[in-house]
Design a binder for this molecule. Structure first.
Ligand code: TRP
Length: 335
């Protein structure tokens, strides 16, 4: 039986934080080591330029994200790790799919609708600041996914609609031109924690409440010390379910360690002490990778070699799929 194929992209606009690590990177690194599945992970740099207009931001973020994944032990033999922009076939497929995508479908995309709504709310023209890139964003995502016949797409909740749209686009193409594409589905892991941030809301770059992953041991400690808590004193019992400190603890601890911490909460562990222990736990898990990360950031040529290796493998299947697509639509050699 063909292996299950998992694929996901990471938009290169930010620096990975602890929430990205727990929610996406750690499970993906595990998947990369599982030889019962084929995994495809890529830097979505052509998605990045939809939002980011600062070239330095895109360059820096691409480097940081690649170094992070490699430092955490991504298995680049067993998985395919590449940069979207190294696969020109993806952009060719994007055009073909664009011609098979209903405009009405794109009108319904949440990200686009939110941008229009924001314009209307502020009395602007509805199209203000909206590029064709933002409007067509799900088509590029469709090309990313359909190119590699991926089955499972691990994504955050905000991306479920996009994956549904990819199914629609694939179905429409298959209906007209034959069964070329595999229909993907979004996989939203409910067993993986959505980490809370410093202020108790979901950890996110856009809320400015994130705990950095690899900045430095000191910065990690400082950030953990800033996690918002209530005013209960040491000795007063505390409710673990209501605590960001405990929630993050759980994402890093074994079940036994979690049970112990629950006990210490009921015995009234002080916030300072709980945070100290949390720092030690998190740092023990990510500390060794942080050293590796720093080495990689100082050695971009190594990162480049890894990405090239991934791109070569990705292009092999991409060129085959694209040939089948062209054939299906009537663009093929004349003899
Ligand atoms: N749009 C996704 C995000 O912002 C990133 C992405 C691009 C992606 N292409 C993809 C995710 C293909 C899954 C599959 O999170």
């Amino acid at each position: 039986m063909a292996k299950q194929r998992v694929l996901t992209g990471i938009t290169t606009t930010g620096t990975p934080h602890l929430g990205n690590y727990v929610g996406a990177i750690r499970p993906a690194v595990e998947a990369s080591r599982d030889d019962s599945i084929e995994s495809y992970f890529f830097l979505a740099d052509y998605h990045a330029i939809i939002k980011a207009t600062d070239p330095e931001q895109v360059r820096q973020s691409s480097r940081e994200i690649a170094a992070t994944w490699l430092a955490l032990g991504l298995d680049t033999e067993n998985s395919v790790f590449y940069r979207q922009s190294d696969i020109p076939e993806i952009l060719e497929l994007t055009w073909v799919l664009t011609c098979n995508t209903a405009k009405g479908l794109m009108n319904r995309a949440h990200a686009y609708k939110a941008a229009v709504q924001a314009n209307e709310d502020s009395g602007e023209d509805p199209d203000f600041g909206i590029t064709m890139g933002l409007f067509s964003y799900p088509v590029l995502m469709a090309a990313d996914i359909l190119m590699f016949k991926a089955h499972d797409i691990p994504v955050g909740k905000d991306q479920i609609q996009h994956v549904e749209m990819v199914r629609d686009i694939a179905q429409r193409f298959n209906h007209h031109f034959g069964e070329v594409f595999t229909l993907p589905r979004a996989v939203v892991g409910d067993h993986v924690a959505v980490l809370l941030g410093l202020d108790g809301r979901k950890m996110s770059k856009s809320y400015d409440n994130a705990i950095p992953l690899f900045e430095s041991e000191k910065r990690l400690q400082k950030a953990i010390n800033k996690i918002k808590t209530n005013l209960l004193e040491p000795g007063e019992p505390k409710d673990p379910e209501d605590s960001t400190v405990f929630q993050i603890w759980k994402a890093f601890a074994t079940p036994d360690e979690t049970a112990d911490m629950r006990q210490r909460f009921s015995e009234g562990i002080g916030w300072g002490e709980a945070k100290k222990q949390l720092f030690e736990l998190v740092n023990a898990e990510i500390g060794p990778a942080r050293n590796r990360y720093n080495e990689l950031m100082a050695d971009p040529a190594f990162i480049e070699t890894e990405l090239r290796k991934g791109a070569d493998r990705a292009r092999e299947s991409a060129s085959r799929l694209l040939a089948a697509v062209r054939e299906a639509i009537g663009i093929s050699p004349m003899g």
